[in-house]
Every structure is written in C-alpha cells, then in structure tokens.
Ligand binder design. Structure first.
Ligand code: UDP
Length: 351
C-alpha cells in the first residue's frame, strides 16, 4: 500500500508526527509531500527536526504570498506528484489551503482522498479555514473526526455513515506523547500565553488594535510567540507602539516542545488558534478565544473556554476574571487516533 500525505503548515506537522511513525511501524510506504505553505525555519523545519520526520519526498516550495495563487499552483503541482506516484490514497490534515488543494487534485485524478480532522464547522462560511474544510469534506472518500460533535455535523449535512470515522484527535496524541516523553506537568503559573494569527484578526487594523489594547489593559504578564504574518501586520499597522511599557513579551514562534512546556506552565491561554484551544483544554487551562469562531463548542459547553470579539474592555475583563465553570471531561479521543486512522486506511485502501 502506498499513501501520499500532504502537509504544508505548522499544525499539519504536529498531526503528521505520530501518523508517520505508525505508518513506518507497519511498513506502509508513505510519500510525504510538503507544499511549502509555511516556510520559515521556526514554522516548518523546526518541526521536522523536533519530531524526527523524514525529509519530504517532494518539497514543492510554492510561493505563499497570495492565498489564491498558492492554492491554484498547489493543486497543479500536487496533481503532477500524484500522477507520478499513483498512490492508493492521498491524505491531508485540517483546514489549510494545502489540504483543499490536495483534496481537489486527488479527486480530479480519481484517487481516494482521506480528510483527517474533518467535520468541524463554524457559522461563517467565508472564513478561509471553513471554505477549505467544507471543500475537503465534500470531496473526501473518508473523513476522520476529532469529536462526536464533528461526526454529528457531517450526519446533519447528509454525509453517508460509511464515509465518516470517529478517530479522535492526532493533536491530542502528539500532546500526550510529548508530556510523557519530556515529563512535563501542567501547573498554573504566573503568566499567560498568547497566540494570534487568524486572517480576520491580524489583517484588519481596527480588530488587531482593539485586541492588542484589551491584552495590554489586562495588566498581566503575557508571553506571545508571534506568528510571522502577525508580526508583519503589527509592524505595518504601527501596532508595536501599543506594546511599549506593557507586560506583553514578544518572542519568535517556539518549537513544539518549548511551546508545550510554556503552555503547560501558563495560568491561562489566550488564542485564536484551532489547535491551541484544544491543547489549552487538554492542559486544564482556562482559555480565552479572541475570535467569534466556535470551533469545538464542547470546550465552551464544558465551561473551559469563552469566546470574545475585538472589544478591549471585555478582553481585559475576561483575562482577569475568567475561570472554568464546569468539570473537566475526556474530549478528543483516547490518544490513539494515529492507530485508528492507520487501521481504517489499511482496511479501505490496503488491497
Ligand atoms: N505551536 C508551536 N509553537 C508556537 C505556537 C504554536 O509549536 O509558537 C503549535 C501548537 O502547540 C499547536 C500548533 O502549533 O500544536 C497550532 O498551530 P497554529 O495555531 O499555527 O494553527 P491552527 O491550529 O490555528 O490551525
């Protein structure tokens, strides 16, 4: 059996970590294709080094300065790879442009596409990730879901049951493995951790200013590993000024283990990331989500996450006062998503 795995961004590399090991353990040939969507050392190669991932069989290095041009070129170049490799299936993770390009290229060539981390839904159909997710789900031969809510989302939309698999979350697998391997124990420390990179938040000057204002006004120590796109926008909009004399400490994006260590020692997590909000929950951290995108509503329902728009007073108040309201229950599977996914792939495409 031969599988083509398409990766392109930081969260993809985290999800590839244990799946790659599991495929290797079972002697399954994986052709790893990196689109180059994320290309800075801290956003890409650092993860290959940290997880000892093999160098990609194909590194397409596609210019990512414009999202539509990137997606179109990724589709063309991925199709060329798939035609040459003739895999039994193509898989990709989550909701990035590389995922959508892989789904379209594979399906056009009649190669079954496996969408890992599908079924997540947000109300805003024009959110860039939502578009990628919906297209990838529609085209997928099989959709692996992180939660039973995501399964129900697909059922509600009329997806056939035999296309849906509840696997749990590869991000949980990677986190549990890392906590155990590096003996990291979550404690509530004296600082908060912030990540911010959603297009809606960082490319809109008014929103970005309002969020930063709220963060500064909270008057708490906040450690902020800054995504390259966010840094560019902050510099272009002159928002850096607001941070002078604040308690917000900027640093480069961290390697995965360093980030997990930092998050595990935080008091609260402030984020607009899809992955980091899950990690916050799994690390038992109150999480303030700085965007009105309700991915993984079960965390809010459990009382561990609260969403806010770009209102400075509200942001500052939540940072100071928000505490979890409910018991912590098991979410995102049992840490064995990588095994379940490979089981299903072998059964369906293993010949
Ligand atoms: N992450 C990291 N270093 C950082 C910030 C985040 O390793 O400085 C990891 C984090 O632990 C999570 C993943 O990156 O596993 C989330 O990626 P991101 O927030 O970029 O994407 P999203 O999940 O929003 O798609």
């Amino acid at each position: 059996m031969k599988i083509c795995s398409v990766v392109g961004t930081r969260p993809n590399f985290v999800k590839e970590y244990l799946l790659n090991l599991e495929l290797k353990r079972r002697g399954i040939r994986e052709v790893l294709v990196h689109t180059g969507q994320h290309h800075d050392y801290e956003m890409s190669q650092a993860f290959f080094d940290c997880f000892a991932l093999p160098a990609p069989d194909y590194h397409l290095r596609i210019d990512n300065s414009d999202a539509l041009t990137f997606s179109a070129r990724a589709m063309l170049e991925l199709a060329t790879v798939f035609e040459a490799e003739k895999p039994d299936c193509v898989s990709s993770y989550g909701d990035v442009n590389s995922t959508m390009a892989a789904a379209i290229a594979a399906s056009k060539l009649r190669i079954p596409f496996a969408h890992i981390e599908g079924g997540i839904r947000a109300a805003d159909r024009y959110n860039p990730e939502e578009i990628n997710r919906r297209v990838s789900d529609v085209l997928a031969d099989v959709i692996f879901c992180c939660t039973t809510t995501d399964v129900r989302n697909l059922e509600r939309e009329g997806y056939d049951a035999d296309r849906i698999e509840y696997s749990g979350d590869l991000m949980k697998d990677a986190l549990l493995m890392t906590l155990s391997k590096y003996q990291i124990k979550p404690v509530r420390g004296d600082y908060h951790v912030l990540t911010l990179h959603r297009q809606e938040n960082v490319t809109d000057e008014r929103r970005l200013r309002a969020i930063i204002e709220g963060l500064v006004n909270a008057g708490r120590r906040i450690i902020f590993p800054v995504h390259p796109r966010t840094l560019r926008c902050m510099e272009n909009f002159g928002v850096m000024e607001l941070l002078r004399n604040s308690q917000i400490e900027l640093c480069k994006p961290l390697g995965y283990v360093d980030f997990v260590r930092l998050a595990a020692g935080a008091d609260k997590i402030l984020t607009d990331s899809g992955g980091v909000r899950r990690e916050a929950y799994l690390l038992h951290k109150p999480c303030i989500v700085l965007i009105e995108l309700s991915w993984f509503p079960e965390i809010s329902q459990a009382g561990w996450k609260v969403l806010t728009g770009p209102e400075p007073d509200q942001i500052a108040k939540l940072i100071r006062n928000f505490e979890p309201l409910g018991p912590h229950r098991e979410l995102f599977g049992d840490g064995a998503a990588h095994q379940k996914i490979v089981d299903v792939l072998v059964k369906r495409y293993g010949g």
